[in-house]
Design a protein around this ligand. Structure first.
Ligand code: ATP
Ligand code: MG
Length: 205
């Protein structure tokens, strides 16, 4: 065996030993994670990828034959590829019908529009036949006080035990973060929009 082959063999053996130790740790963690529970997941932060991650989980769930429902606290006329796809797959969507904040500039109208969608969201959150509820862009409704935080926290905490809830939006409220089981904060490293590139179909909407 030449010098190079010997070095390679030592490297391979070390790698194998390291992987064996890692496998023992991972297996122990998997064995210890035995609980089943409906999760509250929060996707927040200033980077791109919150709603698309949420819709990815909804698509996953539907792919397993689970039932999902989506409440979108955004302007309903905004086209959205995942809505086209998932509503075609039988997922109910409830979307704010009127414009929103910078379009309407009408606080009362926005509050009413948010309330209409919230009433539908509340029905999803009490429906035992629904496995996954997505509350897309909910955080803005709370930061603008269009919806009452305590009422939202109550509805989420009283949902059926097995039901998963996904909340998206920037600047998530601390109370929701504390209540959540899984929280991801997406950081903005860079975004094409800042380089003058407009929102791209299939990527941004
Ligand atoms: P996505 O729906 O693509 O996962 P998001 O839910 O994380 O995005 P939102 O704040 O809801 O982000 O904004 C939705 C739209 O704004 C998308 O078209 C997205 O690409 C764009 N966007 C998201 N983050 C940024 C950013 N940091 N700068 C500029 N545009 C952004
Ligand atoms: Mg979003």
């Amino acid at each position: 065996m030449n010098e190079n082959n010997k070095k390679q063999q030592i490297r391979n053996e070390r790698h194998q030993a390291r992987m064996a130790r890692l496998k023992t740790k991972v297996d122990a963690k998997i064995a210890a994670a035995t609980d089943d529970k409906g999760l509250l997941l929060v996707l927040t932060g200033n980077g791109k990828g919150k709603s698309s991650s949420g819709f990815g989980m909804v698509a996953r769930a539907v792919g397993h034959g689970l039932k999902a429902g989506v409440a979108q606290f955004i302007k309903g006329t905004w086209e959205c590829g995942e809505r086209n796809l998932l509503s075609g797959a039988g997922v109910p969507f409830f979307v704010m019908k009127t414009g929103f904040t910078w379009d309407t500039q009408d606080r009362e109208k926005d509050t009413q529009a948010a309330e209409v969608v919230w009433q539908e969201a509340k029905k999803l959150l009490t429906d035992v036949s629904i496995d996954v509820v997505m509350l897309d862009e909910l955080t803005y409704m709370l930061s603008y006080d269009y919806l009452d935080l305590d009422e939202v926290l109550d509805a989420i905490s009283q949902r059926p035990d097995h039901q998963h809830v996904i909340v998206t939006g920037r600047g998530c409220q601390q109370e929701l973060i504390e209540m959540a089981d899984t929280v991801s904060e997406v950081q903005n490293t860079k975004h094409a929009f800042d380089a003058g590139i407009k929102a791209q179909k299939g990527i941004d909407w």
